[in-house]
Each structure stands twice: as structure tokens, then as C-alpha cells.
Design a protein around this ligand. Structure first.
Ligand SMILES: NC(=O)c1ccc[n+]([C@@H]2O[C@H](COP(=O)([O-])OP(=O)(O)OC[C@H]3O[C@@H](n4cnc5c(N)ncnc54)[C@H](OP(=O)(O)O)[C@@H]3O)[C@@H](O)[C@H]2O)c1
Length: 268
């Protein structure tokens, strides 16, 4: 009986091919969820699916999709609907950043960041939340960032995209209260994943040498999952990151901009 019930509880995890998303998928498998794993690279997700099947008997659907494109998002929605999956957990984790001067970074990549970090996250949430509301049970974990708490010179679009994720998630948390659906924004600081390599394609930021510490992807994912279960609207892993989030709104803007610019500027 238990296994039948558990097999029908699905969690969709975007960005499951590496980093924090991969760890969140592993945690959800441990907790008994069947998974829909989404990213562009299918091989690492197939390997993960095999591993989770061995470890927990997890059923996985692997979806190769570019969520930076509307067709990619539509593919995921179609897979879920055509298979008739009841999605209890949505983890909007796929995302990337780019360090560098706004006017020098490739415009197409900047727009792609908004398409992935903002558009795909919003559309997937809009598609999957109504089913959760109808069943009066669901969880949405949106991966924002410690970058969400202040503007970020030299990573301007990335920081702004994460401010959107935090604001959107908190608003939704409130809207869905009392309807059985919990929404949490996970706001990690710098975490050891493939993120820094991709973000440094045009300029390496001082932040990635770890002056404020480096999070461990598994620990970040565990904290995100715990906060989701407890129905917390926001979780910021790591004391330094929590202090940063706490002090940012209290700090005069020119000072805040100088500090953030310092960490985002290239190492010399
Ligand atoms: N690491 C950090 O320091 C840090 C700090 C704060 C917040 N975050 C946030 O944490 C989230 C996860 O990042 P991570 O640190 O785990 O980095 P990561 O190791 O680079 O993982 C990013 C994931 O997103 C997927 N992805 C990227 N572009 C995609 C696209 N167009 N379509 C579908 N999937 C795509 C990647 O898979 P494919 O390449 O296979 O598509 C990968 O699975 C991101 O939202 C990031 O902004 C990271």
C-alpha cells in the first residue's frame, strides 16, 4: 500500500543534472518521492536515476529540455500532463549567473538568464500550482540566492532575477496560505557547484574565491528541504549569508553598492 501511495507522489526538479538540484533530487528520492528530472544534459540525470533506483527504488522520468526556451518549458508540462502525474513538489532550481559589465555581456545571454531564472520558474509554477490547490497539498521550492537581498553591480541582471524569485515566492507563500500549498525561497550564498565556472565565462568575480565561505551543495539542499517541510517562506543557509540578508535593507544604498561591487569585481 505504502509503495503504491508513494509512487503516485511526484516531485519535479529542474536543474537536476548537477549541483544543488541534483542534491535536492536525491533528498526527495530518499523521502519517498518519484521524480521528474529536468535539465538539458540527460546523461548525468540518467546516471542519477539509476543510482536512486538502486538506493531507494525511485521511479524517475528524465526530461531533456532547455528551459530557457518556451518550447522547453512546454515539453515538461506536456510530459507531466500526458503521463497524468500528480505533482506534489515543484523545485524550480535551474538557473545561472553571469559576471561582468552590463553593457559588455552578450545581450542574448542576459536575456537567456531572465528566460530561465524568471520566466521558466514562473510559467512552471503557474502550470503546476492549480493541481496542488485542487488536491489541497503541495510544495514549491524556488531557488533564489543571497543575491536577492541587494542590487549587484557587475552581476546586475543575475541579482535582479533573484530579487524577482524572492519577491514572487514570498507573495505566493502568502496567497496560497490556508490552501494546503507551501512556498519557500531558498537563498544560498556561494556554493561549490558548476555555477561559478559558468558565471565566470566573461569575468571571474572575487566572490568565487570564497572570501565569504563556500556552501556545500548537499547541506544547502537539506536546509532547503527542511524549510519547505516546515512551511518557512525564506531560508538563507549559512550564518554569514543570514547576516548579509539581515543587514542589507538597513545599509545605506551607496555603501551596499560599494560592498557588493567589491565582491563582484574581478580578482587582481
Ligand atoms: N552555486 C552558487 O553559488 C549559488 C548561489 C546562490 C544561488 N544559486 C542558484 O542555485 C541554482 C542551482 O545552481 P547550482 O549552483 O547548482 O549550479 P549548477 O551546478 O550550474 O546547476 C545548474 C543546473 O541548472 C541547469 N540548467 C542550466 N541552464 C539550463 C537550461 N537552459 N535549461 C534547463 N536546465 C538548465 C543545469 O543543467 P544543464 O546544464 O544540464 O542544462 C544544472 O542542472 C541556480 O538557480 C543558481 O542561481 C547558486
Amino acid at each position: 500500500m505504502d509503495s503504491i501511495v508513494q509512487a503516485s507522489r511526484y516531485a519535479v526538479v529542474t536543474g537536476a543534472s548537477s549541483g544543488i538540484g541534483r542534491e535536492l533530487a536525491a533528498i526527495l528520492a530518499r523521502e519517498g518521492y518519484a521524480l521528474v528530472l529536468v535539465a538539458r544534459r540527460t546523461e548525468p540525470m540518467q546516471a542519477l536515476a539509476e543510482q536512486l533506483k538502486q538506493a531507494h527504488g525511485t521511479q524517475c522520468v528524465v526530461v531533456g529540455a532547455d528551459l530557457g526556451k518556451p518550447e522547453g518549458v512546454a515539453t515538461v508540462v506536456r510530459e507531466v500532463k500526458e503521463r497524468g502525474l500528480e505533482v506534489e513538489v515543484l523545485v524550480n532550481n535551474a538557473g545561472f549567473g553571469l559576471a561582468g559589465k552590463f553593457e559588455e555581456l552578450p545581450a542574448e545571454q542576459q536575456a537567456g538568464m531572465i528566460d530561465l531564472n524568471v520566466r521558466a520558474l514562473t510559467v512552471l509554477t503557474r502550470e503546476l500550482v492549480p493541481g496542488m490547490v485542487a488536491r489541497r497539498r503541495g510544495y514549491v521550492l524556488n531557488v533564489a540566492s543571497s543575491a536577492a537581498f541587494q542590487p549587484g553591480p557587475l552581476m546586475a541582471v543575475y541579482y535582479a532575477s533573484k530579487a524577482y524569485v524572492l519577491s514572487f515566492s514570498a507573495a505566493l507563500y502568502d496567497e496560497l496560505r490556508g490552501q494546503g500549498v507551501k512556498v519557500t525561497a531558498l537563498c544560498p550564498g556561494y556554493t561549490e557547484t558548476e555555477f561559478a565556472a559558468r558565471a565566470s565565462e566573461h569575468q571571474r568575480s572575487r566572490l568565487f574565491s570564497g572570501p565569504l565561505g563556500r556552501g556545500d551543495a548537499r547541506q544547502v539542499a537539506e536546509q532547503g528541504y527542511r524549510a519547505l517541510r516546515r512551511g518557512k517562506p525564506v531560508v538563507v543557509p549559512g550564518l554569514m549569508n543570514r547576516l548579509g540578508a539581515w543587514f542589507a535593507p538597513l545599509t545605506p544604498l551607496p555603501v551596499l553598492l560599494r560592498i557588493t561591487r567589491h565582491f563582484n569585481s574581478g580578482e587582481s
